[in-house]
Design a protein around this ligand. Structure first.
Ligand SMILES: [Zn+2]
Length: 292
């Protein structure tokens, strides 16, 4: 059995930082920058013939008229995380909040998963709030879930809402330790988790965002680290899961080089039949098929 490669992308526009929005976010998460970032990611995946999991914050995929039709006052009251979004909508500002074109761009060849309906972190919601959020839109096309900010909560509710699997949270680390780990070229693949419902999916590795101090990590170092994780997955029949946000490419376009590096290393091992590529949903199918 070869190792398994999964790529997941958290797709969120301004919803990802709705509770801390500042002027620089408004500048860097413009519609023009987001379109370039999403198109670049899709083109790169096409070039390597790979399918990925695009986990969208559901409201990010709605056009302005549908966002305007939502009960904004009630949502802002029950989910305070969303206040800045609905304040913008009252002013007719939808840039960075609404990108139905992004979902359309990826729908034919990739998995569309859910990254929260409003991106409110689930550990900040009680069950009633989480139920309220899930009822705002239809989620029938989504089979797997990526928790906003990786805050895993309310798993029974997730299962009842029809989700088969979710990405686990990486271990909590300080920013310094997280940065230091980017220099660890001996990082290991993850093991397949036990089979339960909803199915946990290995937490994976964040693809280094070339912003701020993270720019100090050389591309060559990232390549060695990625290569080691993938080769370890091939050796141990483990999982090499990588994830990023297209928004990281909108705000720091050089980050695309790191995504390209991951895909180049995957393509090399795939050609040697050492790695197979799956979406999160396919991975859940794969684990179910292995169940006794
Ligand atoms: Zn997010």
């Amino acid at each position: 059995m070869p190792g398994i490669f999964i790529l997941s992308l958290d797709c969120e526009g301004k919803w990802g930082i709705a509770d801390q929005l500042n002027e620089s976010h408004r500048e860097f998460l413009s519609d023009a920058r987001l379109r370039v970032a999403y198109a670049s990611v899709v083109a790169l995946l096409d070039q390597f013939g790979l399918s990925a999991t695009f986990a969208f914050t559901s409201l990010f995929t709605l056009p302005p008229n549908q966002l305007r039709a939502l009960p904004g006052e009630e949502i802002s009251y029950r989910l305070p995380y969303t206040v800045s979004a609905f304040n913008d909508f009252k002013l007719g500002l939808f840039e960075g909040w609404s990108a139905p074109w992004a979902r359309d761009m990826v729908t034919s060849r990739h998995e569309i998963a859910c990254h929260g309906v409003t991106h409110t972190p689930w550990d900040s919601m009680d069950e009633e709030q989480a139920k309220f959020e899930l009822a705002l839109v239809s989620l029938t096309e989504n089979h797997t879930f990526v928790f906003p900010r990786n805050r895993v909560r309310h798993l029974e509710l997730l299962s009842r809402a029809g989700f088969r699997g979710y990405r686990l949270a990486p271990s909590e680390r300080s920013r310094v330790l997280s940065l230091m780990s980017e220099f660890n070229i001996f990082a290991a693949a993850e093991k397949n988790p036990s089979i339960v419902a909803p199915q946990s999916i290995p937490a994976g590795y964040f693809i280094n965002w070339l912003s701020g101090l993270r720019r100090s990590v050389p591309l060559g170092c990232t390549r060695l680290r990625v290569r080691h994780i993938l080769e370890d997955a091939a050796r141990s029949c483990g999982v090499a899961h990588f994830w990023t946000h297209p928004e990281n490419i909108a705000t720091a376009p050089e980050t695309l080089l790191n995504l390209r590096t991951v895909l180049e290393e995957v393509a090399r091992l795939r050609a040697q039949n050492k790695i197979i590529c799956m979406t999160q949903s396919q991975y859940c199918d794969h684990l179910s098929a292995m169940a006794p």
